[in-house]
Design a binder for this molecule. Structure first.
Ligand SMILES: *[C@@H]1O[C@H](CO)[C@@H](O)[C@H](O)[C@H]1NC(C)=O
Ligand SMILES: *[C@@H]1O[C@H](CO)[C@@H](O)[C@H](O)[C@H]1NC(C)=O
Length: 439
């Protein structure tokens, strides 16, 4: 009984101290626009909408914030429910990303800011505390984990690959007050360790002793010539080449005209090569000289690298191909709460393959039944103009990208023909109006 009570109290107290500073699910229609502030830094930012995308496991639960325009920058941010000072606390940032557009080049990461952050002027140069999440361009696909320390940004030195498929993935960064961290993708640990070791925040703890140098008499030759191996006396008497003993002076050789005849040289079969003494282990060998290390006078332990005050989170993205859906943006000091939210996302993500298949089937069927046959098949054969330079992808994916763009262009062409056919049908019904051809 007693134990149970204690456990209950402990459980309760840990529950009470755990806090969620932000959990944005975009599940209340247009209300997100009251919480998120678009940057006004530039006029041509891409438009965001709440949507679960073309397909989803659960249209309500998977509704998130979606990028809708290609070749656009996006910049918008929201304030936490309350500021988060993570001194002596775990810090967790987590969110779901679905790149259902088959992203060729685009970021889908978040940036987390202090209370000095200015939402309306938010741009790529705005100072942040943490930048975290996937970034895909061509064959490069990584999960960034950039931390700001004393005004400078530092990259995680370990490489974490970002999934490039079209399904939802959950990204988690945990930073603990004992200055350790974890990067999780779909709950799986992809990188973990000590902040100090995996980012170059601090100068190295030790350096090579500038006072020390290799002693002049240091023997670092592992082998020497065998002093007891003596060159045989007659070695040098054997020439490398000799006159060919089988050569015969040509009959018509005229010593007066042609000069004195000499037999051509051939390799001497007796020749033993250039003599060199045998090599033996050097008895005086001391091994490789190692430069002794000393404590680096520049190094100063800092046990507050992990410590920030956070107040805002934002999306600052460039996307060539839009359609990314962000959801469940969570900032908390509660690792367990993050896991709970994540597990729900992962469970839904498992259903996505089915959802996508169903969507693909439906699209196919729609095309087959709805599409009126185009007046001629020309449009199918017309070359589709693609400016490959507009695709900022690596050359080896360009072919794929080209195919994709072509397919898309075809789809669009079909859609257009469909729309035109509909329009024409409408026009025809309204007989009083002039026919399209006469316009
Ligand atoms: C949006 O916000 C308004 C005002 O706060 C509220 O009355 C309304 O219920 C919200 N809409 C949804 C869908 O939650
Ligand atoms: C840091 O703290 C976590 C618990 O929050 C613990 O599991 C881990 O072993 C600690 N690591 C170090 C290096 O102290």
């Amino acid at each position: 009984m007693k134990l149970l009570t204690i456990a209950a109290i402990l459980g309760l107290s840990s529950l009470c101290s755990a806090e969620v500073f932000l959990h944005e699910t975009f599940s209340d229609g247009e209300n997100w626009t009251q919480r998120w502030t678009p940057s006004t830094h530039r006029a041509d930012l891409g438009t965001l909408e709440v949507s679960s995308g073309k397909w989803s496991a659960d249209a309500d639960k998977n509704t998130g914030l979606r990028t809708t325009e290609d070749y656009r920058f996006y910049a918008t941010s929201t304030k936490f429910d309350k500021p988060f000072d993570n001194k002596d606390k775990d810090f967790v940032v987590q969110f779901d990303v679905k790149n259902e557009q088959n992203i060729d080049c685009g970021g889908s990461y978040v940036k987390i800011f202090s209370d000095k952050f200015e939402p309306t002027t938010f741009n790529g140069d705005s100072e942040y505390n943490i930048m975290f999440g996937p970034d895909i361009c061509g064959t490069k696909s990584i999960v960034h984990a950039i931390l700001q320390y004393k005004g400078k940004n530092f990259d995680l030195k370990k490489t974490v690959g970002a999934p490039t498929d079209v399904f939802t993935h959950t990204y988690t960064l945990v930073i603990k007050p004992n200055q350790t961290y974890q990067v999780l993708v779909d709950g799986e640990e992809k990188a973990a360790g000590k902040l100090e070791e995996d980012w170059d925040f601090l100068p190295p703890k030790t350096i090579k002793d500038p006072e020390a140098s290799k002693p002049a008499d240091w023997v670092d030759d592992a082998e020497i010539d065998d002093p007891s191996d003596i060159k045989p006396a007659n070695w040098d008497d054997i020439p490398e080449f000799i006159a060919d003993p089988e050569a015969v002076k040509p009959e018509d050789w005229d010593d007066d005209m042609d000069g004195e005849w000499e037999a051509p040289s051939i390799n001497n079969p007796e020749f033993k090569g250039v003599w060199s003494p045998k090599r033996i282990a050097n008895p005086a060998y001391k091994g490789e000289w190692e430069h002794p290390e000393i404590d680096n006078p520049e190094y100063k332990l800092d046990d507050s690298i992990y410590h920030y005050t956070f107040d805002n989170i934002g999306l600052d993205l460039w996307q060539v191909k839009s359609g990314t859906v962000f959801d469940n943006i969570l900032v908390t000091d509660d690792v367990d709460q993050a896991k709970k939210v994540r597990d729900e996302s992962l469970a839904l993500a498992k259903e996505e393959v089915k959802a996508k298949d169903a969507y693909d089937e439906k699209e196919k069927a729609k095309l087959e039944t709805d599409t009126p046959q185009p007046p001629s098949t020309e449009s199918d054969n017309e070359p589709i103009d693609i400016d490959l330079d507009d695709l900022s992808v690596e050359s080896d994916t360009k072919e794929e990208a080209k195919e994709e763009v072509k397919e898309e262009a075809k789809e669009e062409a079909k859609e257009e023909i469909k729309e035109e056919a509909k329009e024409e049908a409408k026009e025809e019904v309204k007989e009083s109006k002039p026919a399209k051809d006469e316009l």
